[in-house]
Design a protein around this ligand. Structure first.
Ligand code: RNT
Ligand code: ZN
Length: 419
């Protein structure tokens, strides 16, 4: 029955010149970098008393968050088992694994050995790894500043942290024989009107220059801008103009686009093709801003589909590195992972099933009426049947009801036991 539905869908798409088989194999080959921090509300393992804060926050108190390396791994694997396709895990430096043999060290002193257990985990489960320095939730965040701090000790501490983090990323890449995205995001900014807007940026620039001097063959470097945050309403040091200019003038450093980090009327779907003529890589943080950078779980909405369309229609599947960045502590965290990741994949599949050549020709010929008609028609083609067939081939539940039942069971058996 279901196979019949797929065959029917395949024929419907074929009539428009679209090959569902091709779309399915392209989707299967595209890795999605899944952020580990959805599993524990961005707390990490290195500051148990502090938790998230000082630049970042997750809201909600749903029971069962992961409290240790073991729990986070188990939860991640549960989510991964319900998500089709290639996966990577995106780690933050605050997820260093400290043991009796490798006891706690501060962030400027972390080494590869603190992440070797994650590499084992990645190898065992055939997943890739990406990495980030953690420049927040730490007492060395001085007056809200890290890499742009005028406090010499703080400035130095965060530079050393980023250098250590980049070295770790490089070794992870060496061990896994792939390139690791190393993305720098800092919370630096001011609540109220600055007396000096240039000074912090010059400090940030000199910090970045030092951080990037060491050559790291297994690293892809990126910097992530932001417009504002709670408590940082008036000024953000690492603004889009700052980082875009930095990336444009420093080959090998890329500008990461987080779609929660712009004004609500700005769209990352439009920024991707604006950067493509200039950069051979565009790392993304896919999230869902609700009024601001709220990091809600990614839904299958218009802007997500537009972003994925820009990647596919511009032949940029190898150039755009898709990573996720949301953290909702008010719902089951594993379900959040599964829903958000599957939605990105669904949107990607939707994009892979568009009649791009025809639509482009219609635009070029000024045939905007027909273009609108076709775009609308595509929305109600039997897309869901292709998605379900893809899930079946990948050995994961096609129906959301089915994977959700697994999560309900895991919540009862595992999560609710965590106090
Ligand atoms: C914060 C940035 C940043 C973080 C993660 C945890 O606004 O989006 O990417 O969410 O690094
Ligand atoms: Zn982000």
């Amino acid at each position: 029955m279901t196979l019949e539905q797929y065959e029917n869908a395949k024929a419907r798409y074929a009539a428009l010149g679209i090959e569902t088989e091709k779309a399915i194999s392209k989707l299967a080959a595209k890795p999605i970098s899944i952020h580990c921090w959805q599993g524990d509300d961005v707390i990490g393992f290195d500051n148990k008393d502090g938790g998230a804060g000082n630049g970042i926050q997750a809201t909600g108190d749903y029971p069962g968050k992961a409290r240790s390396f073991e729990e986070l791994k188990a939860d991640f694997l549960k989510a991964a088992s319900l998500i089709p396709g290639k996966k990577r895990i995106n780690l933050h430096a605050c997820y260093a694994v400290f043991t009796n043999e490798n006891p706690w060290v501060d962030r400027d002193k972390i080494e590869y050995k603190h992440f070797a257990p994650w590499v084992e985990f990645a190898k065992e489960n055939s997943i890739g790894v990406d990495f980030n320095p953690t420049c927040f939730s730490h007492p060395m965040v001085k007056d809200g500043l890290t890499l742009s701090s005028p406090d010499k000790n703080a400035h130095r501490f965060w530079i050393e942290h980023c250098k250590a983090s980049r070295r770790i990323a490089n070794k992870i890449g060496e061990a896994l024989e792939h390139k690791v995205l190393h993305n720098i995001w800092i919370p630096d900014g001011f609540k109220d009107i600055p007396a000096d807007r240039l000074g912090p940026r010059l400090l940030l620039k000199s910090a970045l220059d030092e951080i990037f001097t060491e050559s790291c063959a297994h690293v892809i470097d990126s910097v992530e801008s932001k417009v504002f945050a709670i408590g940082v309403e008036s000024y953000t040091v690492g603004s889009n103009e700052f980082y875009l200019s930095y990336a444009a003038s420093h080959p090998g450093v890329y500008n990461l686009l987080d779609n929660g980090h712009f004004h609500p009327m700005e769209y990352v779907s439009d920024k991707i093709p604006a950067l493509l003529p200039f950069f051979d890589k565009i790392p993304l943080h896919v999230t869902r801003p609700v009024r601001w950078d709220s990091d809600h779980v990614v839904l299958y909405d218009d802007e997500l589909r537009e972003m994925m369309k820009e990647i596919v229609r511009n032949d940029a599947l190898d150039k755009v590195l898709i990573g996720l960045d949301f953290f909702d502590a008010s719902i089951n965290r594993i379900a959040a992972w599964v829903i958000g990741t599957r939605n990105v994949q669904k949107a990607l599949l939707f994009a892979l099933l568009q009649p791009d050549a025809r639509l482009r020709a219609l635009q070029d010929n000024g045939n905007f009426t027909e273009k609108m008609m076709v775009m609308e028609e595509m929305k109600t083609l039997p897309f869901g049947d292709v998605w379900e067939e893809y899930c079946r081939r990948q050995g994961v539940y096609a129906s959301d009801e089915d994977w959700f039942a697994e999560i309900v069971k895991y919540e009862k058996e595992v999560l609710l036991g965590r106090k």
